[in-house]
Write a protein that binds this ligand. Structure first.
Ligand SMILES: NC(=O)c1ccc[n+]([C@@H]2O[C@H](COP(=O)([O-])OP(=O)(O)OC[C@H]3O[C@@H](n4cnc5c(N)ncnc54)[C@H](OP(=O)(O)O)[C@@H]3O)[C@@H](O)[C@H]2O)c1
Length: 301
């Protein structure tokens, strides 16, 4: 496979997309952003932006001359990626990175959340099927677990750590180990996949910035803020029952509630995306960090 140099990015102005653009810039890729005509997203100066509806003709034209497509579209647009794949194949694109950026496919999970994972899987299967149509077409999906910087900063009531209020919600013992990744590391992995396109073709690339527990995070935030935090202990089984009841009542916030309980429930073994030994970190240029480094960056931001 020749070098993948020309890269089109969908969802470039989103939460993760912003970091992906920065990582691709640092790695000297030639970037084209494809954004919807009605989008309010803003982009860094100096990067080519094409406005296109998510239709096959418009996207096929937009993707002419591109070697790779990186999709960082949000949850609402996951199924629209079928059209993105079709257009990529029609335009002769060689690599498609779908907007997965979640857990590894073989991890256990709570049943309502497995349905969401199936959406990611369906896009991957669709892309895989296109290899029969065009043998030069390939895909790579990046699996990174929780966005830990985002979760600490923005999802505090669910993830358990409310930095301004200095309160922590600890699920069960607080000792369930989980792996997670920061958004800059995930973005670095996107660039790393494109730099190592042969080794990463048609597979899931599993990465991790850290392996930790809620109790380790609590000890770290207390040490770094120099304050004793207020700790509320909750029972994961009860939270799961609450989440399922919310779901049955049509409350979309149930998903966040269930994601946290899925991650933190004692002994459930649903939270390690990949072991340090088996992670693709080395290949794609991601360095594992200590939780204290991640917490320090979050507190400083
Ligand atoms: N593992 C985790 O903890 C975690 C956390 C958050 C997100 N994620 C995953 O990361 C990926 C990116 O998520 P994100 O939160 O960064 O995305 P986001 O900010 O919600 O959206 C990214 C972009 O998607 C594009 N888009 C296309 N169609 C859209 C539509 N119908 N509605 C809204 N936006 C649309 C928009 O780009 P234009 O406006 O330029 O067209 C938008 O800027 C997703 O796969 C998500 O599931 C994982």
């Amino acid at each position: 496979m020749t070098k993948l140099q020309n890269v089109a990015v969908f969802g470039a102005g989103g939460m993760l997309g912003t970091y992906v653009i920065e990582a691709l810039r640092q790695a000297d890729f030639a970037i084209t952003i494809v954004s919807r005509p009605a989008s309010k997203s803003t982009f860094p100066a100096g990067i080519k932006v094409i406005k296109a509806e998510y239709t096959l003709p418009a996207l096929t034209e937009a993707l002419q001359g591109q070697d790779a497509v990186v999709s960082v579209v949000g949850t609402m647009a996951k199924l629209d990626q079928i059209t993105l794949v079709d257009a990529a194949v029609a335009a002769g694109v060689k690599r498609f990175i779908p907007s997965n950026f979640a857990n590894a496919p073989d991890m256990k999970g709570l049943e309502p959340l497995m349905k969401i994972r199936e959406v990611n899987a369906s896009v991957e299967r669709y892309a895989d099927g296109k290899r029969d149509v065009n043998p030069d077409f390939s895909w790579t999906s990046i699996c990174n677990g929780v966005f830990i910087d985002l979760a600490l900063k923005r999802f505090s009531p669910i993830f358990g750590f409310d930095i301004p209020a200095r309160t922590a919600k600890i699920y069960d013992s607080g000792n369930e180990a989980f792996t997670a990744s920061t958004m800059p590391d995930i973005a670095r992995a996107v660039a790393g996949v494109l730099e190592h396109s042969v080794e990463t073709a048609n597979k899931h690339v599993l990465i991790r910035s850290v392996q930790t527990t809620q109790n380790e995070i609590l000890a770290t935030v207390e040490a770094q803020t120099g304050e004793k935090w207020t700790v509320n202990h909750v029972n994961s089984a009860e939270i799961i029952a609450e989440g399922e009841a919310m779901l049955a009542a049509g409350n979309g916030r149930a998903y966040g509630v269930l994601v946290a309980a899925q991650l933190f429930q004692d002994g459930a073994g649903r939270s390690i995306v990949v072991s340090r030994e088996n992670a693709a970190n080395g290949l794609v240029g991601v360095e594992e960090k200590d939780i204290s480094t991640i917490v320090r960056d979050v507190l400083a931001s």
